[in-house]
Design a protein around this ligand. Structure first.
Ligand SMILES: NC(=O)c1ccc[n+]([C@@H]2O[C@H](COP(=O)([O-])OP(=O)(O)OC[C@H]3O[C@@H](n4cnc5c(N)ncnc54)[C@H](OP(=O)(O)O)[C@@H]3O)[C@@H](O)[C@H]2O)c1
Length: 203
């Protein structure tokens, strides 16, 4: 199977990391707090290892599992260490009420991350529309967006290794709408659905 690095040590890092290990992937964890990264790698078991914050990731696919405000600064901090990597942005840049985005139309965290990424790296948006506990227990579709067909194909292979269904929504500019879909998911949880145990899917 594949080789991935996860930048981040929080809930989504743990959930995606656990699914990745179960799917037979080699997993590396990188956190700004090295002790948290080591703890998560140990908890994930398998062959999970710890990498140093800012060093060249071991994985071909690098999942940035940070709060949205940390994504672009982290990509900029890694800089050339990410050359040639497929960078996966999973963030939801919600405003404080979680009924809108912190940025306006025409951009997204994924597009801003692409601007900060080195030449030869490709950014793919994925996973952001799925609540963590649904990802853990369910089999939701994983919407992905990106400009590089080869990078998207690699992310699709990774998503399938988790037992999930990748669904391509188009170019990276569609990341804006995926981030909007994250807002819709929050609205559905609070209103029409009334609980947090669901995911957007295609019937
Ligand atoms: N939870 C969900 O259901 C869900 C679903 C879909 C997408 N997402 C997205 O996934 C991402 C991670 O969410 P989460 O639930 O895993 O959050 P979390 O448990 O709070 O973990 C956040 C991680 O981000 C790091 N971090 C926070 N601010 C940072 C900064 N400025 N620079 C570098 N690192 C920073 C934290 O590091 P420290 O521990 O060192 O502070 C931690 O590793 C978010 O963008 C979120 O929108 C979450």
């Amino acid at each position: 199977m594949g080789s991935i690095s996860i930048i981040g040590t929080g809930n989504m890092a743990r959930t995606i990391g656990a699914l990745a290990v179960a799917g037979g992937n080699t997993v590396e964890v990188m956190g700004r707090d090295q002790a948290k990264a080591a703890d998560l790698a140990k908890a994930l078991g398998g062959s999970a290892t710890t990498g140093e914050w800012g060093a060249v990731p071991a994985g071909d696919i690098v999942i940035v599992a940070l709060l949205s405000a940390g994504v672009v600064p982290a990509v900029a901090h890694y800089g050339d260490a990410l050359a040639g990597k497929v960078i996966v942005d999973i963030s939801n840049p919600f405003n404080s009420a979680a009924d809108g985005l912190v940025h306006g139309e025409g951009t997204s965290i994924a597009q801003e991350a692409a601007k900060a990424a080195p030449a030869g790296a490709s950014v793919v948006k994925a996973f952001n529309t799925i609540f963590r506990h649904v990802l853990e227990k369910g089999r939701p579709a994983v919407f992905i967006a990106g400009d590089d067909a080869h990078a998207k194909a690699r992310v699709e292979t990774f998503v399938k290794s988790l037992g999930l269904r990748p669904l391509d929504v188009g170019d990276l500019k569609m990341a804006y709408w995926l981030e909007g879909a994250g807002v819709i998911t929050m609205g559905l949880a609070r209103h029409g659905v009334g609980n947090w145990d669901f995911a957007l899917d295609v019937a």
